[in-house]
Every structure is written in structure tokens, then in C-alpha cells.
Design a protein around this ligand. Structure first.
Ligand code: NAD
Length: 487
């Protein structure tokens, strides 16, 4: 324990950066506030360009040895990290819940086991990663994935450790060294992960964690000439800034951004299933990039769908996310709440009707909201709210449903509820979205490509696609008789 240790629900968390295998403090700190009750958890080292440069230098120094480490050894170490995560699931879960307000039961049962799985999956995938050799006029082509170098990973607050490790695991597996910059709203679990990684044998400098405000430390990381990859999950405006900053060195970017995804409910759908899928969209208080926030419902069943939705949504319990009975916790911070409420009040002023909700409740909570009578070109239909606010529109033909579904600048995901397999095939083939779910939601497999189209992102990660991004792909062509004159 040091003066930099914060204790969260009995768990000791170091509030400093982790650079080159050492804890490094900044001269200034920033306050980390819990959305559960607005209390200050502690002061976190507030990184500047100086710490950014130190972290990149550490990652650069550690890169040659890590890149030269065998695949088997890298995979072994990543499994050891997964073991360390599994040993500390309860601690990671309570710390994450305190920091970002998402449900403790989800963190314990779903999110933290998935964090461990991220490491295991990419460790195992690394060992299988290969491309069959092929011939060109007798010459052999051999494809390899070479580690690219220091990689900057920048992540948001809505699923902090899950999203960080979804990038971190393939980057480390690929042989890259990493500088992770978690969101300033949720700095804690990244710091715990640094401890776990060190205990698991990740060498000094291979994983570095820098804390701070994106606006203060971000540019120094993303414009650094020694950085070879940047993977970012967050909002569209930040992505544009990062792209500008990365342009100086043409640093390759992977961008996982926002969404305004539709849930299409056709009259032939199992309406109970459709309602279950719809109510799920309030998960994590609506702070889910993939959330299907726009319900598009066939006119003939819209009234019945709405009635059943309201009935089910009113059984949700809103409250302390540490409580097992809670379904919806708080939103991340007051500014986010004001933003959410601003969207809703402007929509209502423009003629929308709140079927449920439409207002703040005490603390940092927003009432689960469903708005009808919204125009397709209105702000509430076009812009990502990132809160428990959903809209409902109706359609009368399949063509109209597809047109409305595709008519935003986003393309992250789409969900289709229908009882007709042929319709499912027709409709899914026309939707612009990185992931389309039919009669299900949020089924994620790490072998699948993940990402968004249009303003929802650039590139895909997952399975081999992650290695394609984090590596420099090389094709080596060898002549058929190239050795004959070499003794
Ligand atoms: P944000 O863009 O405000 O911040 C994300 C991260 O970027 C934070 O770590 C922040 O500190 C950092 N940052 C801010 N300015 C920076 C700069 N100039 N340079 C470098 N880094 C900078 O996003 P947020 O509010 O934390 O997250 C919510 C957004 O993330 C939503 O739009 C949501 O849809 C999106 N999201 C997308 C996915 C996905 O996989 N597509 C997943 C989760 C969240």
C-alpha cells in the first residue's frame, strides 16, 4: 500500500500509471467519481504528454523481445493473465460497478468471465493462425503475420475492462506492445489489470497503462511517430480528432464507434420474443453501442407490441447496481444525464409523445423512456442518445422498413424479429450493419468480424481480422529452384 492506493469496497487499486513495469505518479490528479451516489472514489494520476512519451518509449523498448517471443510462450502468458482475472472476478466486478454503475450481477456472471475469455480466445487463435501456402508458376507464396509495434488502445467507460481486453488480448498475442488509455470516468480496472498482467509474467513495458483526460493526453499518444497501431472505441467526434492526429504518421486505425441501430418487428414475428428483445435495450441504462434504440414495428401489430412492451418495461427495477434485484442502474455522470434529458425534451417539444418515462429521477438515474410520434429526420431518430431512451415508428411494407432502418449515418447493428425465414434472408441482405441478429440479440462470438459501417466505424476486429489489423502482413515468395546455385 502506498499513498497512491485507493481502497474500493476493500480492494486496493493503485491510482498511478503503469509504465515500463513501474508505477509512475503525475504531479496532478483528477477525481474519479462513482455514478452510484456521486461520491469521489479518489484522485487518479492525471497524465500529460510527458507520461504519454514515457509510455511509448517503454513500449518501443520492450517491443523487439516481445515480438521475438515464441507464439507458444506468448499464448502461455496470456492464459496466465486469464487465470489471474478469473481469480479476481469478484474484486474486478465490484470495482467496475463502483466506477461505471453497471450491474454487479452482470459484471460477475457475464462481463468478467468474458474478460478472461478474451485472453484465452486470442491466445488459442494465435496458435492456429496460418494461411495455406500457394504457388505462382512454381514459386511458393508464404503469408505471415508480423508484429507491427507499439499500439495505442483508447477505450470508453460503458464496458471498460471488457472493451479494453478485447483489444489488448489480440494486440499482445500478435506480439505488439501496448499503451492502454482507459476513459477518465472509469480508470480503476485497467490499473488492476496491470497488476494481474505483471503477476502473470507479462514483461515490463509490454503492457503500459496511462490515465488522464483524453483531451490532455490523447494527442500525444495518437500523433506519436513510434506508434504503429491505434485502436479506439468511443464517440464519432473523438474518432475524427484521433484520425486527424494519426494522419501525421499515417498510423493505421481501427475505430469502433456509436450506433443508432434498429429493431425491426414484422407482423409475423413472435410478439412476446420481440417484446423481450425490445426491453433488453434498456440494459446498462441504455449505454450500449449496439443497442437497438429505434423500434420499427409493422403497423398492424404496433398497438399490441406497445401495450406488451409497456407492461414488461414497467416491471423493471431501477436502483443501486450492487443490488441483485436491480435491472437498471445509474447513468455515468451528470453531464451525460443532462445530455440525455436534452434529447428527450427537444423531441417532446417537436411533437414526440413519451409513452413511458421522459424525465430524470433522483441522483444519476433516468427513467426508462419510449417515445412515439417521432419523425425520421428528427434529432431523436438520427442521433445516438446513449441512455435509456428508445423510439418507436411504424411501417406498412418491408421496403419501408428497410428504408427507415438504413436511413441514419450509422451502421453498427440491426435486429430483425420475423417468423418468416425468407423474409429474414431478404431483409438482412439489405441492411447496412456490421452485425445483424435475427430473432435474438447480443449473441457475440469472438470468431466473428465485429465493427461498424459508415459513421459506426472503420475496420473489423475479431478472430483473424484482429490479427490482420494488429500485424504487418507479409507475403514471402520463394523461387522453385532458388537454392541450386548456393552449394
Ligand atoms: P469518448 O469518445 O468521449 O471517449 C472515449 C475515449 O477517448 C476515452 O478514453 C477518452 O478519454 C478518449 N479521448 C477523448 N478525447 C481524446 C483525444 N482527443 N485523443 C485521444 N483520446 C481521446 O466516448 P465515451 O463517451 O467514453 O463512449 C461512448 C461512445 O462510445 C458512444 O458513442 C458509444 O456508442 C461508443 N462505443 C462504441 C462501441 C463499439 O464497439 N462500436 C462500444 C462501446 C462504446
Amino acid at each position: 500500500m502506498s499513498e497512491h492506493t485507493i481502497t474500493v469496497a476493500g480492494v486496493a487499486v493503485d491510482a498511478r500509471h503503469w509504465i515500463g513495469g513501474e508505477r509512475v505518479a503525475s504531479t496532478q490528479t483528477f477525481p474519479d467519481v462513482s455514478p452510484i451516489d456521486g461520491s469521489t472514489i479518489g484522485g487518479i494520476s492525471r497524465g500529460t504528454a510527458m507520461e504519454a512519451a514515457a509510455a511509448v518509449a517503454a513500449a518501443k523498448a520492450a517491443f523487439p523481445a516481445w515480438a521475438a517471443t515464441s507464439r507458444a510462450e506468448r499464448a502461455r502468458i496470456l492464459h496466465a493473465v486469464a487465470d489471474g482475472v478469473e481469480k479476481r472476478i469478484d474484486e474486478l466486478a465490484i470495482v467496475e460497478t463502483t466506477d461505471n454503475g453497471a450491474l454487479l450481477r452482470s459484471h460477475r456472471r457475464g462481463v468478467m468471465p468474458r474478460v478472461a475469455h478474451n485472453f484465452r480466445f486470442f491466445a488459442d487463435w494465435l496458435l492456429k493462425l496460418e494461411h495455406e501456402d500457394f504457388e505462382t508458376r512454381g514459386h511458393t507464396n508464404h503469408v505471415s503475420w508480423d508484429p507491427a509495434g507499439p499500439s495505442v488502445l483508447i477505450t470508453p467507460w460503458n464496458a471498460p475492462l471488457m472493451l479494453a481486453t478485447w483489444k489488448l488480448a489480440p494486440a499482445l498475442a500478435a506480439g505488439n506492445t501496448v499503451i492502454l488509455k482507459p476513459a477518465e470516468w472509469t480508470p480503476l480496472t485497467a490499473s488492476l489489470l496491470a497488476d494481474i498482467a505483471a503477476e502473470a509474467g507479462v514483461p515490463a513495458g509490454v503492457l503500459n497503462v496511462v490515465q488522464g483526460y483524453g483531451s490532455e493526453i490523447g494527442d500525444a499518444l495518437t500523433s506519436h511517430p513510434d506508434v504503429r497501431r491505434i485502436s479506439f472505441t468511443g464517440s464519432v467526434p473523438t474518432a475524427k480528432r484521433i484520425a486527424e492526429s494519426a494522419a501525421a504518421n499515417l498510423t493505421p486505425l481501427s475505430l469502433e464507434l456509436g450506433g443508432k441501430s434498429p429493431l425491426l418487428v414484422f407482423a409475423d414475428a413472435d410478439l412476446d420474443l420481440a417484446v423481450d428483445l425490445a426491453v433488453e435495450q434498456y440494459d446498462n441504462a441504455g449505454q450500449v453501442c449496439l443497442a437497438a434504440t429505434r423500434f420499427l414495428v409493422e403497423e398492424s401489430v404496433a398497438e399490441e407490441f406497445t401495450r406488451r412492451f409497456v407492461e414488461k418495461a414497467s416491471t423493471l427495477t431501477q436502483g443501486d447496481p450492487r443490488d441483485e434485484a436491480t435491472d437498471i442502474g445509474p447513468n455515468i455522470h451528470l453531464r451525460q444525464l443532462e445530455k440525455i434529458d436534452g434529447f428527450v425534451q427537444r423531441a417532446v417539444a417537436a411533437g414526440a409523445r413519451a409513452v413511458i418515462g421522459g424525465h430524470r429521477v433522483a441522483g444519476r438515474y433516468y427513467a426508462p423512456t419510449l417515445l412515439t410520434d417521432v419523425a425520421q429526420d428528427s434529432e431523436i431518430v438520427q442521433e445516438e442518445v446513449f441512455g435509456p431512451v428508445l423510439t418507436l415508428q411504424t411501417f406498412s411494407t418491408e421496403e419501408e422498413a428497410v428504408r427507415l432502418a438504413n436511413d441514419t449515418r450509422f451502421g453498427l447493428a440491426a435486429t430483425v424479429a420475423t417468423g418468416d425465414p425468407e423474409r429474414a434472408e431478404r431483409v438482412t441482405g439489405q441492411l447496412v450493419a456490421g452485425t445483424v441478429w435475427v430473432n435474438c440479440f447480443f449473441v457475440r462470438d469472438l470468431r466473428a468480424p465485429f465493427g461498424g459501417s459508415r459513421h459506426s466505424g472503420v475496420g473489423r476486429e475479431g478472430g483473424t481480422w484482429s490479427f490482420d489489423f494488429y500485424c504487418d502482413l507479409r507475403n514471402t515468395v520463394t523461387a522453385p529452384d532458388g537454392w541450386k546455385n548456393h552449394g
